[in-house]
Write a protein that binds this ligand. Structure first.
Ligand code: FEO
Length: 393
């Protein structure tokens, strides 16, 4: 527990044990599930945390409010990393009212069997009074689920933003940011956004427009630090990512069976390095437990404006891990990328043609025909210097 202001207490927890968020995305630096108390004449709890942290969570709440009852639980978002302990909180505070919006109602009934009498159903802009302060509710559908809303505490210029502005990475004992926090969390914020929220650029833009009308001084997200010092950097990054705006640079993503497509990818990286072009290199077929795999590749797709994809021809198609990567791009409605394909084949060249077709279907700017090469990779067959020059233009 950490007191953040006169009325706000942080009662979130760090999860350093979970290996895969949503069962998919690696967590090398952990993740926090943030929950907050607003303490006034009435007490409001904003979101809960993932199951498995019951004891620590209740101890934090008790440390903040002692034996006082919690009057309201505000549910900004129903994904179970924030809603898992709703039933436990009801058991702890039998008189508690739960503040939701109409889209939350079937979810909270389905997950927790909450009865109508306990629910206070708010629509856009409605508020509840806690005494000297109030909480108003603003819908931000699809950031990250259709029921998602933010809670605004005008007396403290604070927005409880749900997943918006969240990041992977556990938080320090003091969860409030400092000047260095944005730099420290930037990569994990991009990875979180690209992996979890990346499909919803248009709803994120709508949410940003809504928030732009508020004099926000503090952002209390459900994951990662509380943003005060770095607000402008964080909002600007979310704005860019949700517009699919990226820096000049190349995200090289490949899979390889016997090292030939890998050798082409590595040579391309070396040629880009020589030219001073920023790049990232991701082996999707890597068994190294330190590799972020698809998760890291998606992060760097959001960082750089160019994607170079290498795949051998496999069963007359795209190598499966690379096929999964292309599907992940499509699922996230990625826009505006420059694209280049390369890869080896033994008797029939298919992968480069198919990769280009997938890229064209996403309206990417496909740079040339790509580079399919037969059998072993050699410098004589493959002029990666020319490819690097093309990608550097
Ligand atoms: Fe952190 Fe969409 O839940």
């Amino acid at each position: 527990m950490k007191q953040i202001s006169e009325r706000i207490f942080y009662v979130g927890v760090n999860d350093d044990d979970k290996e895969l968020f949503e069962g998919l995305w690696p967590l090398p630096y952990g993740v926090s599930y943030n929950s907050y108390l607003v303490v006034d004449e009435k007490v409001a709890l904003i979101d809960t945390v993932e199951s498995g942290f019951e004891e620590e969570y209740v101890a934090g709440i008790r440390a903040a409010v002692g034996d006082r009852p919690v009057d309201y639980l505000v549910v900004n978002h129903m994904e179970p990393d924030h809603s898992s302990l709703i039933s436990m909180i009801i058991g702890l505070y039998p008189e508690i009212k739960i503040v939701v919006n109409p889209k939350t109602v079937p979810m909270i009934k389905g997950y927790h069997g909450v009865e109508d009498e306990r629910l206070i159903v708010m629509t856009e802009g409605e508020s509840i009074c806690l005494g000297s302060c109030s909480l108003s509710f603003h819908m931000i559908p699809m950031v990250h689920w259709p029921e998602t809303m933010v809670t605004w505490l005008p007396e403290e210029n604070t927005v409880f933003s749900g997943d918006a502005f969240g990041t992977f990475g556990a938080v320090a004992e003091n969860p409030v940011d400092d000047e260095g926090a944005f730099g420290q969390y930037r990569d994990e914020m991009i990875r979180y956004y690209s992996n979890i929220v990346g499909k919803y650029g248009t709803p994120v833009q709508a949410a940003l427009k809504k928030l732009a009308g508020l004099p926000v001084k503090r952002i209390c997200s459900t994951h990662g630090p509380i943003w005060e010092t770095c607000i402008s950097d964080v909002v600007s990054l979310y704005d860019r990512m949700s517009r699919y705006d990226a820096d000049r640079g190349v995200c090289i993503v490949y899979g390889s069976m016997y090292g030939n497509t890998a050798a082409a990818a590595e040579d391309l990286a070396m040629e880009l390095e020589r030219r001073g072009i920023p790049y990232a290199l991701h082996d999707l077929a890597c068994n190294n437990s330190d590799s972020l795999g698809l998760s890291g590749a998606l992060r760097d797709v959001f960082k750089y404006d160019t994607i170079a994809v290498g795949s051998p021809t496999y069963n007359n198609g795209i190598f499966p891990p690379v096929e999964a990567f292309m599907s992940a791009l499509q699922a996230r409605l990625i826009k505006g990328k420059r694209f280049y394909a390369f890869g080896s084949y033994t008797w029939a060249a298919a992968s480069v043609r198919l990769l280009n077709e997938r890229a064209e279907a996403m309206n990417f700017d496909v740079l040339g025909d790509g580079l399919p090469f037969p059998q072993a990779y050699t410098h004589e067959k493959c002029d990666m210097s020319a490819v690097a020059s093309l990608l550097s233009e």
